[in-house]
Design a binder for this molecule. Structure first.
Ligand code: PEP
Length: 252
């Protein structure tokens, strides 16, 4: 069954104490109102992951990382492996966020390796894709997203692919306050689902969660999530405030 997911990408924000407070506030809000569908996920910075997994242990909140090394283990100073993430009980990891593609030059080939290493350690990749504003203006946004997905995901067999979550995040909407319209989001999500159908068949296409990301907030979430192919959101700025994030989680 296709899962609805609202995932928060905290990026490089919050002190340890602030992280603890935010998780506490979310747990309070969730106390009597937690649902299995949608699933709430928080993707915290690395130093707070264990705190987050401990604090949310008995709740319906899942925890994810924002990055992973493509290597299994060894002399890679500063890196964090998928087996380490698995050993603290993580369920998800964001891969291919546009900030990592841009500032850390992450290529489709590298992202493919990161997807593989995560799946090998039973962590679901939240794979981000999306076009730049110039690419939309040139009307090549469908080609861009198709290439990103094909190059980093379509080597997977059907069983492995079914563990991937896709997040469509038009780069021009991330952190800008400019959201894709509900129509633009639905159009791209339906396109992505159709790509999956061509590659893996209708059943797999219907089972994959495709999230929208890019200035999604407490005001516009309901309209975006009402689209038949939008299965939730990857939320940046608005995930840093418990009330806003909880409101988005309740917007189905
Ligand atoms: C993101 O960084 O994944 C994101 C969607 O950010 P924001 O919600 O702040 O646009």
């Amino acid at each position: 069954m296709r899962k609805k997911i609202v995932a928060g990408n905290w990026k490089m924000n919050k002190s340890f104490q602030e992280a603890e407070e935010l998780i506490e506030d979310l747990l309070d809000l969730m106390e009597d109102n937690a649902l299995e569908n949608p699933e709430m996920v928080i993707c915290t910075p690395f130093p707070y992951l264990e705190l987050a997994t401990d604090m949310t242990d008995e709740s319906l909140i899942s925890v994810g990382a924002q990055n992973v090394s493509e290597h299994e283990s060894g002399a890679y100073t500063g890196e964090v492996s998928a087996s380490m993430l698995n050993s603290i009980g993580l369920n998800y990891c964001i891969v291919g966020h546009s900030e990592r593609r841009k500032y850390f030059n992450e290529s489709s080939q590298l992202l493919k390796e990161k997807v593989d290493v995560l799946l090998n350690h039973n962590i679901q990749p939240i794979f981000c894709c999306g076009e730049l504003i110039e690419e939309r203006e040139k009307e090549i946004h469908f080609d861009i997203v198709k290439t990103q997905i094909t190059e980093s995901l379509f080597h997977l067999n059907k069983e492995a692919f079914e563990n991937v979550v896709i997040a469509y995040e038009p780069v021009w909407a991330i952190g800008t306050g400019v959201t894709a319209t509900a129509g633009q989001a639905q159009e791209m999500h339906a396109f992505i689902r159709n790509l999956i159908k061509e590659q893996y068949g209708e059943e797999t296409a219907n089972n994959i969660s495709i999230l929208y990301g890019g200035s999604c907030n407490a005001k516009n979430a309901r309209e975006l999530f009402a689209n038949p192919d939008v299965d939730g959101g990857l939320i940046g700025g608005a995930s840093l405030k418990a009330d806003d994030f909880y409101h988005i989680y309740k917007s189905f």
